[in-house]
Design a protein around this ligand. Structure first.
Ligand SMILES: Cc1cc2nc3c(=O)[nH]c(=O)nc-3n(C[C@H](O)[C@H](O)[C@H](O)COP(=O)(O)O)c2cc1C
Length: 364
């Protein structure tokens, strides 16, 4: 398999949920970038497990140890490698899934793909835990993008049937996306918080799980980033977004909803404001022909309900080659959505920086 991604900024992720450590090597960073380690830590904590009753009880500090590529507070320009140690592992909880394939998880596909040699403990390399190094990398990319005036932020658009308001596709501001990062449940309409919590906790009490939608905005991005074939802004971001475990759908701008409109309604009309070209609507989510048009990039990612649930389920025993029942033990998120938010923001930052480097080199 290849755990490597990127044309201009190359990332390579490694590790398993219950191994010694997980980590990332980032090649292609510019030299001399001062890194705000406190800011990186803050991003890591947003994703870390065990922070509240809405997430898995597994407690991990998720403190990244930078092994290379960073000297005297600045990037050296050589590969930057960081690891995050696994400390709170309880591998005995996972003995059963060596043979019993969890429905909705990657136990069966992973077993087939790697001929049974995969580390199944805690989902191994398929675990949501592998997204911690992505958040580390994304935090660095976010700092570089912020210097260019670009800010990325996301909120919970929905959990099951409980909906938040949508971003204002035209006027979403840097201040708004930055302030969302401080919230445990990032919502535009905070009055929905209690109901969302209740929905997650009710599912948890029933040994079940729920999913939802994350809406992400990129504000302050200029026009002209991306290409039509094949590294379009949409395909680059989608490639990364669909690599995030539990993401089952992505739509840009109005997405599938745009099909219900006439062209006269869906077209984003152009006009000048202070010598800058703008559009009066943003149904295309800030991207046309795979290239940014200078309006905010807006997209949604669908996150499925957590696969590992405590309810009894039917599955197969791959060793005995027969049907069996499975009751999953171990610690799992009753809802992945809130923990996936910093991951979605991180891969967005990585994708955008890769395309910007492709266009401008490091003339950032
Ligand atoms: C932050 C994060 C946390 C996750 N936590 C869990 C979990 O506790 N239990 C679980 O079954 N899946 C969890 N997942 C999702 C699984 O890793 C994922 O569903 C599985 O690998 C199958 O991949 P797929 O859903 O993309 O097809 C998590 C995903 C993320 C992004």
């Amino acid at each position: 398999m290849s755990g490597v991604w990127g044309n201009n900024l190359k990332i390579s992720i490694f590790g398993e949920s219950h191994g010694n450590a997980i980590g990332i090597t980032i090649s292609g960073l510019p030299s001399g970038v001062e890194l705000n380690l406190e800011q990186i830590d803050k991003e890591m904590k947003r994703r870390a497990p065990g922070r509240n009753d809405l997430s898995t009880a597994r407690k991990e500090g998720d403190i990244p140890e930078i092994l290379s590529g960073f000297f005297n507070g600045k990037t050296t320009g050589t590969p930057l490698c960081a690891i995050v140690r696994n400390s709170d592992t309880r591998s005995k909880d996972y003995g059963e899934i060596k043979e019993l394939m969890r429905p909705g998880h990657a136990d069966y596909t992973g077993n087939i793909r790697y001929a049974g040699f995969n580390d199944y403990r805690g989902g191994g390399h398929f675990s949501g835990r592998i997204t911690a190094p992505l958040v580390f990398c994304g935090a660095i990319c976010k700092q570089i993008l912020a210097k260019k005036g670009i800010e990325i932020g996301a909120h919970i658009k929905s959990i099951r049937n409980v909906k938040d308001k949508a971003f204002d596709y035209i006027n979403v501001s840097k201040e708004q996306v930055i302030s969302l990062r401080d919230l445990e449940l990032p919502l535009i309409d905070r009055s929905k918080e209690e109901l969302m919590r209740k929905t997650i906790l009710e599912a948890k009490d029933q040994g079940d799980s729920v999913g939802g939608i994350i809406e992400c905005a990129v504000v302050g991005i200029e026009a002209g980033i991306g290409d039509p074939f094949f590294d379009s802004m949409e395909s680059t971001l989608s490639h990364l977004l669909f690599s995030v475990p539990a993401v089952k759908g992505v739509e840009f701008g109005m997405g599938f909803g745009i099909t219900k409109l006439y062209g006269s309604e869906s077209n984003d009309e152009l006009y000048y404001e202070d010598d800058k070209v703008k559009t009066s609507t943003n149904n295309n989510g800030g991207i046309l022909g795979g290239i940014t048009n200078g309006m905010p990039i807006i997209f949604k990612a669908a996150i499925k309900p957590t696969a590992s649930i405590a309810k009894k389920q039917k599955t197969v025993n791959i060793e005995k080659k027969k049907d069996e029942n499975l009751v999953i033990e171990g610690r799992h998120d009753p809802c992945i959505v809130q923990r996936a938010i910093p991951v979605i923001e991180a891969v967005t930052a990585i994708g955008i920086l890769d395309l910007m480097k492709g266009r401008d080199g490091w003339n950032l």
